[in-house]
Write a protein that binds this ligand. Structure first.
Ligand code: ADP
Length: 170
């Protein structure tokens, strides 16, 4: 039984998505940064930063959840992707762990829908095709073994990223 009907690809701003959880590509401090993290904090309002302060940071490859405050989404799952150092510093395992831990937390909170940005492929420099392969394979494996979350959205910020994901999903 295929799980691909539980996956969709959209091109757009993840802060606009009305899903049970959006995933934030944060840094280890969880205290805000650029890229998608900056956009999420701007759109969620200052309460998100206050909630993140209580979390006392996050290890690379791990994830932590907060409410989403002014966002249309229900929760924000903050994960910390690896910085790309050439591929021999556990980058694929750490990136896989970001997707896996985010999905585990979504299941634990009984969330039905989750949206991921292209973690690590901005400031952290992870090659986009390789990151897409890790993201899609990890999500497909999860969905094959778990009923929750029911639906996963890959929220790409560029049409080029959208093409990569659509091609990978066939
Ligand atoms: P990282 O530090 O993990 O590389 P970035 O935020 O720099 O995180 O980039 C991760 C991905 O998020 C990139 O593909 C970037 O284009 C994308 N991105 C940036 N802003 C948004 C947004 N508002 N919605 C969705 N994706 C975004």
């Amino acid at each position: 039984m295929t799980v691909k009907h539980r996956i969709c690809v959209v091109v757009g701003d993840i802060t606009r998505l009305d899903v049970d959880a959006i995933v934030n590509a944060a840094n280890n401090s969880l205290l805000g940064g650029g890229g998608v993290d900056g956009a999420i904090h701007r759109a969620a309002g200052p309460e998100l930063l206050a909630a993140c302060r209580d979390l006392k940071g996050c290890e690379t490859g791990d994830a932590k959840i907060t409410r989403a405050y002014q966002l249309p989404a229900g929760h924000v799952i903050h994960t910390v992707g690896p910085v790309w150092h050439g591929g021999n510093a556990d980058e694929p395992e750490l990136l896989r762990s970001c997707y896996g831990r985010s999905l585990e937390i979504a299941k634990e909170y009984e969330l039905r829908s989750i949206a991921f940005p292209c973690i690590s492929t901005g400031i952290y420099g992870y090659p986009k095709q390789q990151a897409c392969d890790v993201a899609v394979s990890t999500v497909i494996e999860w969905l094959a073994q778990n009923a929750l979350p029911e639906a996963v959205t890959f929220c790409c910020f560029s049409e080029d990223d959208g093409q990569l994901y659509r091609a990978r999903l066939g």
